[in-house]
Design a protein around this ligand. Structure first.
Ligand code: PLP
Length: 365
């Protein structure tokens, strides 16, 4: 078994060849100066993709959920209020993680498949001005909906409330501007539009978030995901041992980011926009109907209800077994009725679209 796949699900995506090759480099010790230089250079690359000058920008060990937990654990104290935008599975997860950490969660909801209204989020903040944090998912992978986070930062920046953005599916796929949009904290994952394998969660904290973390009165309840300790490990001089971080994964992320930056951040956004639009224009011809409304549809993740004659389980089994293509199933009400199709990173190409459409046509025969 060697699992040669075209990964067109909600992630992981098929990584860039450079990222896969990088996995074969010799393993370095977690305090080796070459490893720490690699982390610093990866931080420089991440700053370019996050579009930030934040010094505290680093890859947390773990997947996107580790980035989510690291930010919530480091920025919230028990009993503090967090306002969470919820219009899909990952907004729900933010609520769950914040609740488990002892925060009071205020939900701002929109139906699954529609975008959050930023005015609703800001209204919730005016009703709960003492909130420590507002948290929103920029790209809801469960539905393929883009949430507009740009209007939130300027108003929150006038207050003591921080803005946390989940950019797990957004980063490197659709425009995201950490500094220009006044985002205080943002996390992502290596395995989607950054084109590397899963295992690392890039995180960036701005000065207001760093100050909130440094001035807290209770210890961060997670030792492993304490962004203060991770700063002291990766970025302080001398570095202070915290855990045995993986140079193998760092090489791969560094290489994926290198490929992305060679193409250019804006060109990569354009490529995702172009191939997403191509897929979304072709799917209705095969009888699929798109879930997210025009205007808040993500190019890198399309949710589409299946046409009559295509049964979810058997069709995805055949796609994988006969064509080596992975797509994701629907979540929530769309389970068993829809596919989630990712065109992310190295897999965001016309070739992926044509291959998937060709295979789907065979399944429909
Ligand atoms: N947030 C969003 C928007 C996601 O799409 C995902 C994963 O798909 C996560 C968080 C969690 O990331 P992971 O599965 O890498 O832990």
């Amino acid at each position: 078994m060697h699992g040669d796949r075209l990964l067109l699900g909600p992630g992981p995506s098929t990584p860039y060849p450079e990222a896969v090759e990088a996995l074969a480099r010799p393993v370095l010790g977690h305090l080796d100066p070459e490893y720490l230089a690699l982390i610093h250079e990866t931080g420089d690359r991440l700053r370019q993709v996050f579009r930030t000058e934040n010094p505290l920008t680093l890859p947390v060990s773990g997947t996107g959920s580790a980035g989510m937990e690291a930010c919530l654990a480091s920025l919230l104290e028990p009993g503090e209020t967090v306002i969470v935008g919820v219009n899909g599975y990952f907004g729900e997860r933010l609520c769950e993680v914040a609740h488990r950490g002892g925060a009071r969660v205020v939900r701002v909801e929109a139906p699954w498949g529609t975008a959050l209204d930023p005015a609703d989020v800001l209204a919730a903040h005016r009703a709960h001005p003492q909130a420590a944090l507002v948290a929103v998912v920029a790209a809801e992978t469960s539905t393929g909906v883009r949430n507009d986070v740009a209007p939130l930062g300027p108003e929150l920046a006038q207050t003591d409330t921080l803005l946390l953005v989940d950019a797990v599916t957004a980063l490197g796929g659709t425009p995201l501007e950490v500094d220009a949009w006044q985002i205080d904290a943002c996390y992502s994952a290596s395995q989607k539009c950054l084109g590397a394998p899963p295992g690392l969660a890039p995180v960036t904290l701005g000065p207001r978030a760093v100050a909130k973390m440094r001035n807290r009165t209770t210890p961060i309840h997670s030792f492993y995901l304490d962004l203060g300790l991770l700063h002291d490990y990766f970025l302080a001089s001398p570095p202070r041992y915290h855990h045995t971080a993986s140079s193998t994964l760092a090489y791969a992320l560094h290489a994926g980011l290198g490929r992305l930056l060679e193409e250019g951040v804006e060109s990569v956004w354009d490529r995702h926009a172009r191939v997403g639009a191509l897929l979304q224009s072709e799917l209705p011809e095969l009888g699929f109907s798109l879930v997210a409304p025009d205007g808040s549809r993500l190019p890198q993740l399309t949710t589409a209800v299946l046409p009559d004659g295509l049964e979810d389980g058997p069709a995805r089994t055949r796609l994988l077994a006969e064509y080596g293509i992975e797509v994701g199933g629907g979540l929530g009400d769309l389970a068993g009725r829809a596919w989630r199709i990712g065109l992310m990173g190295h897999a965001a190409t016309e070739r992926s679209v044509v291959t998937l459409l060709g295979a789907t046509r065979e399944l429909l025969k």
